[in-house]
Design a protein around this ligand. Structure first.
Ligand code: CA
Length: 367
């Protein structure tokens, strides 16, 4: 069975591109029955889509001017009508978004695509078909889509598509980098699901090269920030330590450092630079856990908030069984252990009131 799509490319020259059917010979190594991909590569002036099925590695070149034809067997969330291979994915320098009435935030999804969909549907962020239903609202995906679970590729394409749907509705999806995005891009593969080791074998390359600079998803990921603010609330995967804020970096400085000077660079060269080393360390924005230390006091939270001139900080990274609030919502931890694949919560912010959104659609006010 094949599915046919027409691609509408928005890029320069409006080039229309199909995938010509040309399955590559199957790999005769271990043959688990799963599908993964596509991963899209820019190679020698060509655009190539590769994915794996139980028959082996599949590959099609994406050409200009024709409808896209692709085998069923790619990730269920991949929809070529959202693909724009001419997109250069320029990182946005905008870090502050104001006048947003409805905000939702979810974190540390770790390959649990089905659970994320259930949670988003329960709160009408998406409709029953999985399409954007949050209007002009902003959804923050606060890092750590990668690792642990086996639905990472599905999540990436889903978030990629949802970004475009939200934009059309004057809403927005903000996908922020977590430490597991950084690890995957840097080639630290300790936490990848074994499924992706099969993908690596099929593709003949390490996992991080599936997201390299010459790939579509890799370029997309490299345009993502580590810190933004919406209204009076800051969002960051792990937190801003006092040591980091002493450096007086703006959110734009932090984002640019990760995008341009950390991702894809050797660890030795990163840690040789004091600022980059700090950003990359346990006091950096994607690793810090200090807010949840027993001794962390309200005055420290207030000092941090006044340095960044915000009223609230939303973080993930440190896991709890539900969303937790510190010091009357000054700091809210939203890693509600979605990674375990059983349940989880979404933070909802309406007119500066904060709610835990549960999997059964209940909203519980945080105070
Ligand atoms: Ca994390």
């Amino acid at each position: 069975m094949r599915i046919f799509f027409i691609l509408a490319f928005a890029g320069l020259g409006g080039i229309l591109v199909p995938l010509s059917l040309k399955a590559q010979g199957s790999n005769h190594t271990a043959n688990p029955s799963y599908n993964d991909g596509p991963y899209i590569f820019y190679e020698n002036g060509q655009v190539l889509a590769r994915w794996t099925t139980k028959e082996g590695l599949q590959e099609k070149a994406i050409h200009a001017g024709q409808p896209l034809e692709i085998d069923a067997g790619t990730s269920a969330s991949f929809d070529p009508s959202y693909l724009d291979v001419n997109d250069s994915f320029q990182a946005s320098s905008k870090t502050a978004f104001n006048g947003v009435e409805h905000i939702a935030a979810v974190s540390d999804i770790h390959g649990q695509y089905d659970l994320l969909l259930d949670l988003l549907k329960a709160h009408r962020i998406i409709d029953e078909s999985g399409n954007w239903a949050f209007g002009e609202g902003h959804l923050v995906v606060l890092g750590d889509i990668f690792d642990r679970g086996d639905e990472v590729t599905d999540l990436l394409w889903f978030v990629h598509n949802l970004e475009k749907q939200a934009e059309k509705a004057n809403g927005q999806v903000h996908y922020l980098l977590g430490n597991h995005e950084i690890m995957a891009l840097q080639g630290d593969l300790r936490y990848i699901h074994k499924k992706y080791r099969y993908t690596m074998a099929r593709m003949g390359m390490p996992y991080n090269e599936l997201f390299g600079e010459n790939t579509y998803l890799g370029r997309w990921l490299r345009s993502k920030p580590v810190a933004i603010s919406i209204n009076k609330t800051a969002f960051v995967h792990a937190g801003f330590s006092e040591a980091l804020l002493d450096q007086k970096l703006s959110f734009a400085d932090m984002n640019q450092a990760f995008q341009e000077k950390i991702i894809g660079q050797l660890e030795d060269s990163i840690v040789a630079d004091p600022i980059l080393g700090l950003l990359y360390s346990e006091y950096g924005p994607v690793w810090y856990r200090g807010y949840f230390d027993e001794g962390f006091a309200k005055w420290q939270a207030q000092a941090i908030l006044s340095k960044i001139r915000k009223k609230h900080i939303i973080v993930g990274h440190t896991s709890f069984s539900e969303i937790v609030s510190l010091f009357r919502n000054r700091i809210i931890g939203i890693d509600s252990s979605i990674k375990l694949g059983k349940k989880g919560e979404i933070l909802l912010i309406d007119k500066n009131k904060f709610y835990r959104g549960t999997l059964d659609g209940e909203r519980i006010r945080l105070k």
